[in-house]
Design a protein around this ligand. Structure first.
Ligand SMILES: [Zn+2]
Length: 242
């Protein structure tokens, strides 16, 4: 907004993006999706080729829009005084390979993380799940020792993409994944949608856990019901608006 040229102007160049990232990050504790500093959200500006992300190790109550770090899609810091989140390279890999992603959210929310640690996909047991996606939420295999020894956060991005390509999933249609032995990542066209997906995933994960606890022999929802629910929300004649 400043009309002055030079460094002062450069300092405010990504103000709106930092504010978007800040608001999205603050949603995580509000929705009960994080403890302490676990978790991070980023918001991308595709035209500028950058994204703003939470700084590393700063508690949520100490965050400000100005503390957000702006980095490019190679995870190099473009603007900001603090160190970006340790998961920044994972975000950068996804942004650089998936052009329609505008926001990414990573949490260690309890139920979704428990499924990640169990190395189990979340079966599509009911209509809450089917309203958002028709497939099981995939869980990646744990990372190999060779990859862990390398650039771990960078490789996590590829671990996510490889799981999607192996299972022939489309990141535009399914905006969530469980990283095996770790925790969930979600994304969307905006950072707000990515956070929304984190909350949806946590709810689906909790319901699936309870379903299996009540009935260890629970079976997936019928294909016809899956289609009906998904299409009433996402199909060409969608009428869903609960
Ligand atoms: Zn994590």
């Amino acid at each position: 907004m400043s009309k002055t040229k030079g460094s002062q102007n450069r300092g405010s160049r990504y103000k709106a993006l930092r504010e978007e990232a800040y608001e999205a990050n603050m949603q995580l504790p509000e929705l009960g999706l994080v403890l302490f500093t676990f978790g991070n959200v980023s918001a991308a500006d595709r035209k500028a080729g950058v994204f703003a992300i939470k700084p590393s190790g700063v508690p949520y109550d100490k965050l400000t829009p100005g503390s957000m770090v702006v980095v490019d899609f190679d995870a190099r810091v473009v603007e900001g005084k603090l160190r970006p989140s340790s998961d920044t390279k994972t975000h950068a890999v996804l942004y650089s390979h998936w052009p329609e992603v505008g926001g990414i959210s990573h949490t260690h929310s309890t139920y979704a993380t428990a499924w990640s640690q169990s190395l189990k996909d979340i079966p599509v047991y009911g209509t809450t799940h089917a309203d958002h996606t028709t497939v099981d939420i995939p869980c990646t295999p744990p990372m190999s020792d060779a990859l862990i020894a390398g650039d771990y956060e960078h490789r996590t991005g590829f671990q996510i993409m490889e799981c999607f390509s192996e299972r022939k999933l489309n990141y535009r249609e399914l905006e969530m994944i469980l990283v095996g032995s770790h925790a969930p990542f979600t994304w969307g066209t905006t950072s707000a949608k990515a956070v929304y997906n984190s909350a949806v995933l946590e709810a689906i994960a909790e319901m699936a856990f309870l379903t299996e606890s009540i009935n260890p022999g629970a079976i997936r929802i019928k294909e016809t019901l899956i289609r009906k629910h998904f299409e009433r929300k996402h199909g060409p004649d969608s009428y869903y608006g609960q």
